[in-house]
Ligand binder design. Structure first.
Ligand code: GAR
Length: 190
């Protein structure tokens, strides 16, 4: 049984979906939820499921081993970024090589990079009249949205789509695929 930590900066609907999925699996369990936003909804969602949830300060993340120590102390095997908006510092990347993944709400390498998150991604996709969009799950490195791609799923962009309607179709794809991709990866961990 692997221990999963989720980092999230906002609402945390993906985090909740992953927590629920792993609540009755033998492969893994979400045992820690971390956020850089004190008021993030994701922290309240985690509490509902009795998952330890903690806020951390920006300075602790980048200028100390405080967050790394939390991961190690909680015996975390695998780290999932679900709506997390910061780059992961080198100390955590090097301790969790091949064990940190992110989900992005578009078909990378398009529509990624710094500042490309949430609604901004969907607005850009619509502004360019893309016929399709989707989700990308990828390994995390020290650049925004550039790690090796693990999985993609597509959906059509419909005429009349708004950023909200596209976001909701993308969220459905995320809910359907993200937990299973995580499970496949933790099953293969050495
Ligand atoms: C998700 O759609 C995720 O793909 C996106 O933020 C949303 C978080 O929703 N992530 C990014 O844009 C990262 N660049 P949630 O908080 O409801 O899970």
């Amino acid at each position: 049984m692997r221990n999963i930590a989720i980092f999230s900066s906002g609402s945390g609907t993906n985090a909740e979906n992953i927590i629920k999925y792993f609540s009755n699996r033998e492969t893994g369990k979400v045992t820690l939820v971390l956020s850089n936003k004190r008021e993030a909804c994701v922290l309240k969602r985690a509490v509902k499921y009795d998952v330890r949830s903690l806020f951390f300060e920006h300075a602790d993340f980048y200028s100390s081993d405080a967050v790394l120590d939390l991961l190690l102390k909680n015996k975390i095997d695998f780290v999932v970024l679900a709506g997390f908006m910061l780059l992961i510092p080198e100390n955590i990347l090097s301790s969790f090589k091949g064990r940190i993944i992110n989900i992005h709400p578009a078909l990378l390498p398009k529509y990624g990079g710094k500042g490309m998150y949430g609604e901004r991604v969907h607005k850009a996709v619509l502004a360019n009249s893309e016929p399709e969009s989707g989700i990308t799950i990828h390994y995390v490195n020290r650049f925004y949205d550039e790690g090796d791609i693990i999985f993609q799923a597509k959906c059509n962009v419909l005429s009349g789509d708004t950023p909200e309607s596209l976001a909701s179709r993308i969220h459905e794809l995320e809910y359907a695929h993200f937990p299973e991709v995580i499970e496949r990866l933790i099953e293969k961990l050495p």
